[in-house]
Each structure stands twice: as C-alpha cells, then as structure tokens.
Design a protein around this ligand. Structure first.
Ligand SMILES: [Zn+2]
Length: 585
C-alpha cells in the first residue's frame, strides 16, 4: 500500500535535519577515530590481554596478594605495525647473514689487558681502529646516518638523533674488547679462538658470548631498522667502551664523562648494558633476569716487618703472621643478609609466585614470610647459600687472591703483601668492609706487637722499623651500584614487556610453545661498564637478551653461543628500539 505523499517543504527540512545528524555523527566518529589514532601514535603499544596462569600453590589469598604486589605481572609490549616483524630474524635466510657479520666481528682479536701503556704508545690498542672500520663497513646505513663521536681515540659513541628532542634518549652499551686468550690455552680450543667458526649450530670464539653477541645484535637491529627508513622520534645512543675487561678506566669512564657533558646528568630515559640472561626451568619457570644492581669491590693489605738471617728467626715471620691474618679473615665470613631493597629479594618473590609444584610448599611459604619471620628467613638463606653462585647474591664475598713475600731462602721476609678481593653486597659499603678488615688486622697486630696504618689516616702505634706493622691500603674501590627501583617504573614495564613479547611470541625454535617468561630483577656479582654511567640515568639495566643454556664457556676455553639464540637477541633489540621510540614517559 502506498502512503500519503509528504509535504515537500517538511520533507526537505526533515532531510536537512537527517543530513545534519549524519554529518555530526560522522564528525563525532571522525574525531574519536583521530583521537584513538593520536593515542595509538603516541603510546603506540598493543598489549594483548593477559593470559598468565597463576601457578598452583598452597598459599592463602592474603599471601597470594602479597606476592602479586612484590612481583607484579608485566604485560607484553608489541611494536606498532610499520616495520617488518621481528620473526624475520629467526629464519634461515637471515641466519646466513648474521653468521657472516657476527663471525667477522669475532675474527677481530680485540683483546684488552690489565696493564696497558698509553693509547698512543702501546701498539696493542691499534686493533680497535680495525674494529671501528669493520662496524662502519658492515653496517653502512646505520653508521652513515648516525653521528659518530670518538672518545679517547677508540671509544665509540653513535648518536641517531630523534625528531623529538623533548624525549629522553635511550642508551645501549657494550664493549669492543674481549678477555685475552693466553698462548698456552690456544691448543685446547676445539676451533681457534678468533676463527669465528660456525659449526652449523654454534658460533665459536673469544667474545662470542662476552659480549660480541650483544654488540653485533645491536648493530644488526639498527641496520635493519634504518634500512627500512626508520627515523626515530627518540634519540638512540650506542656507546662502546674498549677496556671493560680491565675495569673501563680508559674507555667507559671517558665515555661517561662525554655523555654527561653533552646530554647532562639524568638525561637518559634508561640504559641497557650486558648482564643477566634468561635462565630456564627454575622450579618450572623460565626467568629473565635483568640485573638492577651490581656489587661493589675493593682490594686490601700489606705487611712490613724487620728482616734478618733465617738461621735465627723469630717464632713467626712476616709470612706466618700474614698467613694467620688471612686464615682469621677467612674464618670470619660476612653475614648473609637480605633486605626487601635487594634485587634478589624480589627475584625470590617472583620464583615463589610463578614456580610450579616442584617448589616445595614450605619454601614458598618461607619466601612469602621473609620480611616478618626471622626463622623463615634463616631457612631460606641457608638453603640458597648452599649454591655459591646464589650465596653471593646476598653476602659480601672475600677471596685472598695474591700473596707475595720473601725473596731469598736465607733471609727473613721483610715485606709481605696480600691482595684480598671483596665483592661488596648491595646492602653494604666499602667502609663496612674496611672497618671489619681493620678490626681483625688490629687483633693480629696487637698479638705480635705490630703497628697498624689504617685505611683512613696515619695511626698511633705504627712503627715501620724495627718492629714493623700492617699497612692497609685500598685499590680499585667501588661502592655497590645504586639499585634501580622497578616498582611502578615505566622503564621496567618497557623492558619486561619487550622481553616477554620477543621470547614468548616470536615462535623461536628454542622456547617451548606458549612457555611464559617471568621477568624479575636480579643482581650481578661481577662489574660492568655501567659503573661509569651511574649519573646518566637512575634506570640502569644489565641484561643479555639470550637464553643462558645456549651460552657456553664465557671467559674460558671454547667460548661459543648457539646462533639461533643470537637471532633472538637481534629480534629483542629490534623490537626494543621500536617500543622505546613510542614510549610515553
Ligand atoms: Zn662483558
């Protein structure tokens, strides 16, 4: 049935009204879409819904809540579409390329030694010129686009300046040098130490693990991004020292000063250097452990006494007295201590929260009660200290490494020196170590009527000759690093989220399907170049994005790394740089 015709005038008005509503609606949705677009463009993260499983445990709801607050769940962070997916690095075609460029890097024997002469005098430094040439020739797109600054000749700082200078730069660091290969160990290598030999699975050679895998991966990732016309908003700085294995006094120390002069104190969003890795299957959990702290260190002690003929010796010679001092020190180890501010404390909480039933319920309950139950704490520390690698994550270590004294079999030793090396726990300090050592030295000195020249000033009772005494002096003192606080720290979310995405989602042959990675802060007992970068940012992370099981014989004969594991490292830096670029501070 036909209806009545509408009044033409009314019809027009109605149409006009409808058309206005349509336009307004369209405009509204357009604005909404633009706003969504802007939000995405600014934050540019896609965070898929959480699917993390809570492991079974026998904890109460309150205890579960406590663990969740101490070891928060970190969302994955996936780069925005725009560049090739990082899975491209995991294929056979890319592998061939990576084997070539990474192998070439290992073939440059950039050994650094503890005692080296000035840069312009000692020819052993010259190898680093070759290393720079290699970088610029192998990664031409990135190195041409980035500004290169030489610091103290061989320190290399590449700066890829971003379009938005209000965003704090990120700093990616590593070292060009490797520990030397002593001549008498060369024959023990399965493949020559600087051959960069690829056996079909593993890359062999000094530096393959420490740390040319990360240095190569950083450059491989940036080369790939720049080849896809990546122009970052946030400045990316890559800094490479060249004597990290000899404490970084020539390289990183000067680079640190240079970066502070150029960019200022606290001028970087975050710093990522070598450090902890991904440890698989700890109570059923794969733990990614960026180190948010680093122990300090200090060496001490000398003894000087009267000499004489060894046919008429006193009951104890300097050698005997110094030996007694060392055994006394060794029988008085530093206490085990673990405070909530320690990265290892948080690591334990993460293990308790996410481990499977292979963790005994009693241990899980003790970890939850660490802060309030001293007996539970003692049980945890006792258990953890059975493994020496774990023990020194919560105590200061002490090692008498060098003992030197006497020169002739018929003369009493007039001078004996010992180097006792301490790696200082994050809860302690150089001063605390000195006070303890000095207390014990004074006991021994008193027993033998000797003087003591203490750490701080000339002390009473010190009478160099004829009785003699101890001289306490410090070499290579370094306080424990400031601990990066990860609580509600967005840079931690950025790092952890990228780790989870790459190592869970990229479908590597190495990770079991759908196996979750728990990202937890940890502590390094060794030292890195970051000791020279403390003033650049409070957000310092030491992390080697690699699965530890495929990372073999670091610093030793037959150092080698699985190439598939290295490819994951490349994928990590590639996604990390993109995620950091879109990151809202
Ligand atoms: Zn290293």
């Amino acid at each position: 049935m036909r209806g009545l015709p509408e009044d033409p005038e009314r019809q027009t008005q109605h149409q006009k009204h409808r058309s206005w509503v349509k336009k307004a609606t369209a405009a509204f949705f357009f604005v909404v879409l633009v706003m969504i677009g802007i939000t995405l463009a600014e934050s540019c993260f896609l965070t898929p819904a959480s699917n993390r499983r809570q492991k079974s445990s026998h904890l109460s709801p309150e205890e579960e809540a406590l663990l969740r607050s101490r070891c928060p769940y970190m969302e994955k962070i996936v780069p925005q579409p725009g560049f090739e997916n990082s899975t491209v690095f995991l294929g056979d075609e890319y592998k061939k390329h990576s084997v070539k460029v990474w192998g070439d890097m290992i073939r440059i024997p950039t050994q650094s030694y503890d005692l080296m002469g000035p840069i312009d005098e000692d020819p052993r430094w010259q190898i680093f010129a070759e290393f720079e040439k290699y970088l610029n020739a192998t990664f031409p797109v990135f190195t041409e686009r980035a500004e290169l600054e030489h610091v103290n000749t061989y320190g290399l700082v590449y700066i890829l300046t971003g379009s938005d200078l209000s965003k704090k730069p990120i700093l990616l660091t590593g070292h060009q040098d490797v520990v030397p290969v002593p001549d008498n160990t060369v024959s023990r290598w399965t493949h020559p130490p600087f051959s960069g030999h690829f056996d079909g699975q593993y890359m062999w050679g000094r530096g393959s693990a420490d740390c040319k895998n990360t240095v190569s991966a950083i450059f491989e990732a940036l080369e790939s991004l720049c080849s896809q016309d990546f122009h970052p908003k946030r400045t990316v700085v890559v800094a490479l020292g060249f004597d990290e294995e000899a404490s970084g006094y020539v390289g990183a120390r000067n680079i640190g000063k240079y970066l502070e002069n150029r960019f200022g104190r606290d001028s970087f969003l975050m710093l990522l250097d070598e450090g902890g890795a991904i440890v698989e299957d700890v109570y059923g959990v794969d733990l990614a452990l960026p180190d948010t702290g680093e122990k300090g260190r200090v060496n001490v002690v000398d003894l000087e006494t009267t000499g004489g003929h060894s046919s008429v010796p006193p009951p104890h010679t300097s050698v005997g007295i110094m030996s007694e001092l060392i055994t006394t020190l060794e029988s008085s180890p530093f206490p085990l201590q673990l405070e909530p501010s320690s990265p290892f404390y948080t690591q334990l909480q993460c293990m308790a929260r996410f481990s499977n039933s292979s963790m005994p319920n009693s241990l899980r309950a003790d970890i939850v009660s660490l802060a309030k139950d001293p007996e539970a704490k003692n049980r945890v520390l006792e258990l953890q200290s059975r493994d020496l690698y774990t023990k020194y994550l919560f105590s200061t270590s002490q090692a008498a490494d060098i003992f030197d004294g006497g020169s002739k079999s018929n003369a009493l030793p007039e001078q004996v020196s010992a180097q006792i090396n301490y790696r200082i726990d994050v809860g302690s300090s150089v001063k605390e170590v000195q006070d303890k050592v000095e207390g014990i030295v004074r006991q021994i000195a008193h027993k033998y009527g000797l003087g003591v020249k203490g750490f701080s000033a000339y002390q009473q009772g010190f009478d160099p000759i004829p009785k003699g005494g101890f001289t306490l002096s410090v070499t290579d003192a370094l306080e424990p690093a400031p601990v990066t606080d990860v609580t509600e720290n967005p840079t931690w979310a950025l790092l952890a989220g990228t780790i989870r995405h790459v190592f869970e989602d990229d479908g590597s042959v190495l990770g079991s399907a759908n196996r979750e990675i728990v990202v937890s802060p940890s502590l390094t007992t060794a030292n890195t170049d970051t000791r020279h970068y403390w003033d650049l940012t409070p957000n310092i992370y030491r992390f080697n994005p690699v699965r530890m099981n495929y990372f073999v014989n670091i610093h030793a004969v037959d150092e080698h790394v699985l190439v598939d594991a290295h490819l994951e490292t490349v994928a990590f830096y590639y996604d990390f740089v993109q995620n950091a670029d879109c990151f809202d501070e």
